[in-house]
Design a protein around this ligand. Structure first.
Ligand code: ATP
Ligand code: MG
Length: 647
C-alpha cells in the first residue's frame, strides 16, 4: 500500500518509505524483531564488549534527560540492541518491547531513526507518522551514530512519546554519541600503542644485535638483553643511568651527541679498565626533533666474532671434508692418517707435505673437522696464488687509507677471520721472505696489527700449513726462514705419493666411480682387468688428482657398464712407460721414477732422517730413537757425527 503524503516530509523520511515499499515491509509489524539464539547473543555481546563498556557511563549520564524518553538504547552497526536503559517513571506501554538482542531492520520494522541515521550517516529524529509502520505512529525515535576511524560502529538511540520537544534532545544525543566515540577511540589507540610497544620490544629482544638508546644528555633510555651481554652490564639497573656510569670505558656514543653525526657499521676496539678488549661493529643513528636538536641516539652493535662468523659462513670458510673422505688402506696412508688424527687432538701447528695432488688440502680440512675447533672458521689462503703485494693485506688486513688502492673502510685479514678457528696456509713454500718474518711474528706472539693500524688484536688461531716443496731444503738454500720452518713444523704429516701405495688405486678407482655415477647419473659397475693393468703401469706424477681426472674421463667415455682399456686415456703414458721394466707376468718391478741426479749420498739421507725425527720429537732423543727404530746411543753418536743439536 502506498503511503499518502499529507504534508511535506524531509527527503530522508521519504527515502526511508521508498526503501520499505521496495522491500515489501508489512506496515502492521512489530517495533523490533527478536529471533536470536543464546549462542549468537553471547557472540554479539562479546564482539561489542568494548563499545558496551565505553557507553555505560554516557548512558548513565543521560538520566537528566530521561523524562523525555521511554527507553535509551545502545545498538550495534547491524541494528541489534546491545543495552537498554528504561525510564522507570514512563508508563509501560504494551507496544514497547525492546529486549537486548532485538533487532531493528527496515525489512521487518520499517524505517526508524536508527536505520535512517545509518543510511544518512548523521543524527536523525523521526516522529509518529514519519515512521512507515503503524506501531510507531504514537512514538518518536532518535539516533546518533558512534564512530571509530570514520566508520559507524554503533548507535546511541532513544524512543519516546511522540512530541515536539523530543526533537530538541537530538543535539544532546549526538553529543553523547560523540563522547562515546572519543572514549572508544582513545582506548583503542591506547591498546594499539601498548600492542605496538609490546611488539617492538619483542622484536628488539629477539634481535641478535645489541640495542641501546640514550637521551640527549646521555642517559640510557633503553637496552636489550644482547646489548647488556656485549657490554657486560646489568640491563635493568643500566636504564635511567648516565652511559658513562654504566660502562667502564669512554662511551663512544657520547661523540654522536657532541657532533650530531651518526655512522653505519663503524668498527671499534675498546679496552676496558680491566684490560679486557671488546671488539665490535656499530651503527649510531641520532634522532632529532623538528628544530634539529638531538632527542635520542639509537645505537646497534655486534661483536666482531659474530660478524666474522657470518662472513665466513657466506664465504664458505668452513671445512668441507673429514677423515672418512680420505680413501686408502695401505700402511703408508694409514700411518700418515694416524699422525693427522693425532694432530687434530692437539693445538700445535701442523705442516702437511707431499707432492701435488696427494691430498694435502683434504687432510688439512679433516684435521680441522676432527678438532675441537670444528664449529669455528676454517679459513684457507693460497700463499702462492696471491700477488705478493696483496698477500700481506690479505693475511693481516689493513686500516683505511693505509696504501694506494686500499678501500676507505679498511678490511679484516684472513687471520682475524680465522680467530677462534684454523687458518690453512696452502703453498707456504711460495711465501716471500719478507712476509715470512711478519708471519712468524704473528704466529709467535698470537697478536696482530693491521697494515697502517695501531690497535693490537689478540688472536687465537691454529695454523695448518701445506707445501709440495722440500722446506728443509729451501731453508738450506736460504729461501725459507728456518725459525718459521720450526714454528710451523711442530707436527708433521707427510703424504705419500700414489706410486708408493699402488695398492690403494683399486679402492680409489671404485670410490671415484661411485661418486661420478651419482654426479653424472651413470651406472658403471666395474673396471676391466686390462684397464686396471693400464692404470697400474703408470707412475701417477699428478697423484690422486690425476687419477680422479682419468677416472672421470673414462666414466664419460664408457658406454657399457664396465670401463674398458680403451676408456682409459693417460696423456703421458708412452713417455712414462720406458722408465719401467716389467717382469714376466707383466708386473712392474720398479715403481718409482728416479733420475740419476736425484740419488742422494746415504749419509745425507741419514742426516736428513735424523734431523726430521728431531724436529718431530721437538729434540727429544728417546722419541727420535723410537721414530728411527734405533737406540738412543746410535742417535747420540750420529748427532755428534753430523754435528746436530738436540734439546
Ligand atoms: N685419499 C684420498 N681419497 C679420496 N680423494 C682424494 C684423496 N686424496 C686426494 N683426493 C682428491 O684428490 C684431489 C687432490 O687433493 P688435494 O687438493 O687435497 O691435493 P693437494 O695435495 O692439496 O694438491 P696440490 O699440492 O696440487 O694443491 C682432490 O679432488 C681430493 O678430493
Ligand atoms: Mg692443495
Amino acid at each position: 500500500m502506498i503511503k499518502t503524503l499529507p504534508k511535506t516530509y524531509e527527503d530522508y523520511v521519504v527515502n526511508g518509505w521508498t526503501r520499505c515499499e521496495n522491500s515489501k515491509t508489512d506496515m502492521g509489524s512489530n517495533m523490533c524483531f527478536f529471533n536470536i539464539s543464546v549462542f549468537d547473543l553471547n557472540t554479539l555481546l562479546t564482539e561489542n564488549v568494548d563499545l558496551i563498556l565505553h557507553s555505560e557511563n554516557v548512558m548513565k549520564s543521560i538520566d537528566e534527560y530521561m523524562d523525555s524518553f521511554i527507553s535509551v538504547l545502545l545498538i550495534d552497526k547491524d541494528g541489534y540492541i546491545l543495552m537498554e536503559k528504561k525510564n522507570k517513571d514512563a508508563l509501560t506501554d504494551s507496544d514497547i518491547n525492546l529486549p537486548v538482542g532485538g533487532r531493528f531492520t527496515e525489512r521487518f520494522n520499517g524505517n526508524t531513526a536508527m536505520s535512517t541515521s545509518i543510511v544518512e550517516n548523521k543524527p536523525i529524529c523521526l516522529a509518529g507518522e514519519e515512521h512507515y509502520c503503524r506501531v510507531y505512529y504514537d512514538y518518536s525515535t532518535l539516533s546518533a551514530p558512534i564512530y571509530f576511524n570514520g566508520e559507524i560502529i554503533g548507535l546511541l538511540a532513544a524512543i519516546g512519546r511522540k512530541s515536539k520537544d523530543i526533537k530538541n534532545t537530538l543535539g544532546m544525543m549526538a553529543a553523547a554519541a560523540k563522547a562515546i566515540s572519543i572514549e572508544y577511540e582513545a582506548d583503542r589507540t591506547n591498546k594499539q600503542i601498548i600492542e605496538k610497544n609490546k611488539c617492538e620490544s619483542a622484536i628488539v629482544d629477539t634481535m641478535t644485535d645489541g640495542v641501546l638508546t640514550v637521551d640527549k644528555d646521555g642517559f640510557v633510555t633503553f637496552m636489550n638483553q644482547v646489548g647488556a651481554e656485549i657490554l657486560c652490564v646489568n640491563r635493568e639497573s643500566s636504564i635511567g643511568r648516565h652511559i658513562s656510569d654504566v660502562v667502564d670505558f669512554k662511551p663512544v656514543i657520547l661523540d654522536v651527541l657532541k657532533t650530531g653525526k651518526g655512522y653505519i657499521d663503524k668498527e671499534f676496539l675498546i679496552t676496558k679498565k680491566t684490560g679486557e678488549k671488546i671488539h665490535f661493529i656499530k651503527t649510531a643513528v641520532p634522532i632529532k626533533d623538528e628544530k634539529g636538536n638531538i632527542v635520542t641516539v639509537v645505537d646497534t652493535f655486534r661483536k666482531i666474532k659474530r660478524v666474522n662468523k657470518l662472513l665466513n659462513e657466506l664465504n664458505g670458510a668452513y671445512a668441507n671434508f673429514n677423515f672418512s673422505d680420505i680413501i686408502g688402506s695401505s700402511i703408508k696412508i694409514q700411518d700418515c692418517l694416524s699422525k693427522a688424527k693425532a694432530a687434530s687432538g692437539s693445538v700445535s701447528n701442523v705442516l702437511i707435505t707431499g707432492e701435488s695432488g696427494t691430498g694435502k688440502e683434504l687432510v688439512a680440512h679433516s684435521i680441522h673437522s676432527s678438532s675441537d675447533r670444528n664449529n669455528q672458521p676454517f679459513v684457507s689462503i693460497n700463499c702462492g696464488a696471491i700477488p705478493r703485494e696483496l698477500l700481506e693485506s690479505e693475511l693481516f688486513g689493513y686500516e683505511p687509507g693505509s696504501f694506494t688502492g686500499a678501500s676507505n673502510k679498511g678490511r679484516m685479514g684472513k687471520f682475524e677471520l680465522a680467530d677462534g678457528g684454523t687458518i690453512f696456509l696452502d703453498e707456504i713454500g711460495e711465501m716471500p721472505m719478507d712476509m715470512q718474518v711478519k708471519l712468524l711474528r704473528v704466529i709467535q706472539d698470537r697478536k696482530l696489527t693491521r697494515i697502517g693500524g695501531n690497535h693490537v688484536f689478540d688472536l687465537d688461531v691454529r695454523v695448518i700449513a701445506a707445501t709440495n716443496k722440500d722446506l728443509f731444503e729451501q731453508c738450506k738454500n736460504g729461501r725459507f726462514r728456518e725459525d718459521l720452518y720450526y714454528r710451523i713444523n711442530v707436527l708433521h704429516v707427510n703424504l705419500p705419493p700414489l706410486r708408493e701405495r699402488k695398492e690403494d688405486i683399486t679402492e680409489l678407482i671404485h670410490y671415484f666411480i661411485n661418486k661420478l655415477n651419482v654426479k653424472m647419473n651413470k651406472d658403471i659397475m666395474d673396471i676391466s682387468q686390462a684397464a686396471m693393468a693400464k692404470i697400474m703401469s703408470y707412475s701417477w706424477p699428478g697423484n690422486i688428482r690425476e687419477l680422479e681426472n682419468t677416472v672421470e674421463r673414462a666414466v664419460n667415455l664408457c658406454n657399457g657398464g664396465i670401463i674398458g682399456e680403451e676408456d682409459i686415456f693417460i696423456e703421458n703414458l708412452r713417455e712414462e712407460s720406458h722408465t719401467y721394466s716389467t717382469d714376466a707376468e707383466g708386473r712392474h718391478k720398479n715403481m718409482d721414477i728416479v733420475s740419476e741426479n736425484e740419488i742422494e749420498p746415504l749419509e745425507d739421507v741419514e742426516k736428513r732422517a735424523i734431523e726430521r725425527a728431531l724436529n718431530i720429537s721437538g729434540g727429544n732423543i728417546t722419541i727420535t730413537a723410537n721414530l728411527l727404530k734405533v737406540t738412543r746411543n746410535t742417535i747420540y753418536n750420529k748427532m755428534k757425527k753430523y754435528n746436530l743439536s738436540g734439546e
